[in-house]
Design a protein around this ligand. Structure first.
Ligand code: HXC
Length: 257
């Protein structure tokens, strides 16, 4: 493989990226993040891929940014190098990414999962933003995306105490879309990704773009953007095919154009 810290495979139109740094519970060192960005970008540009699944191991999705690597950093270098900025590469991917989280998703690991479009969790998963215990704070969305997902009360509790949240708590708080038995998580996530990848890619990409836009836009602008893209999708062959297939009581054959 061309990668040291991740593994990649494809199943039909689904790409699976597995964080693979088991000795450090998938701590997100810089070379790992570089590889991850490279792999996700390549799949984003691959016409044969319609959705991606990002996962870790049974023990850990990722236990955070690499504490040993960070321990000697200083402010001026962080500032000049814009430390962590490259992580935003994940949020620039235009096809859907499902995070399948087993085990620990802590600190930067939780933030990485939240950069994905939806999170499915194994029933023994644990989420947390424990940075406060290290004398720092979350740096890649833990104070922002977490708060948007679960609201102020739970976000404040998690960010200020560093406590962990179980999968069941994360689901009821709205961080996680669904919880599955740990040993069925990855297969189910891939199955759901196959379902998504089977739909017309332009409609899937626009749906993702619009849900994300709802966090950035006032409601009237968001609704207008939605209506315009809704109008636009009637220019695709897949819209004609999807509606013809319904009328003819058969499965649609989307060609993603
Ligand atoms: C570097 C890490 C690591 C991390 C675990 N390891 N987490 N190394 N960075 N974030 C390493 C350990 O040092 C150890 O290596 C090996 O992985 C196994 O970990 P253990 O601690 O022995 O396992 P366990 O006792 O099962 O405890 C699991 C754990 C604990 C509760 C997840 O490892 C832990 O608390 N990790 C740190 C979690 C954390 O604080 N994350 C936030 C990081 S800050 P050795 O060599 O000793 O065997 C952050 C900032 C983000 O993410 C900022 C923006 C991106």
């Amino acid at each position: 493989s061309q990668y040291q810290y991740i593994k990649t495979e494809t199943r039909g139109r689904v790409a699976i990226v597995t964080l693979n740094r088991p000795k450090a519970l998938n701590a997100l060192c810089t070379p790992l993040m570089t590889e991850l960005n490279t792999a996700l970008k390549a799949f984003d540009q691959d016409a044969n891929i319609g959705a991606m699944v990002l996962t870790g191991s049974e023990k850990a999705f990722a236990a955070g940014a690499d504490i040993k690597e960070m321990s000697t950093l200083n402010f001026v270098d962080n500032f000049k190098n814009n430390f962590i900025e490259d992580w935003t590469g994940v949020t620039k991917i235009r096809k859907p990414i499902i995070a399948a989280v087993n085990g620990f998703a802590l600190g930067g690991g939780c933030e990485l999962a939240m950069m994905c479009d939806l999170i499915y969790a194994g029933d023994r998963a644990k989420f947390g933003q424990p940075e406060i215990k290290l004398g720092i704070i979350p740096g890649a969305g833990g104070t922002q995306r977490f708060t948007q997902a679960v609201g102020k009360a739970k976000a404040m509790h998690m960010v200020l105490t560093g406590d962990m949240m179980t999968a069941a708590e994360a689901e009821s708080a709205g961080l996680v879309a669904k919880v599955y038995p740990a040993d069925q998580l990855l297969e189910t996530a891939i199955k759901n990704a196959e379902t998504i990848a089977g739909y017309s890619l332009p409609s899937v990409m626009m749906a993702k773009e619009l849900v994300d836009a709802s966090f950035e836009m006032p409601l009237a602008q968001g609704l207008l953007f939605e209506r315009r893209l809704f109008h636009a999708l009637f220019a695709t062959k897949d819209q004609k095919e999807g509606m013809a297939a319904f009328a003819e009581k058969r499965a649609p054959k989307f060609t993603h154009e």
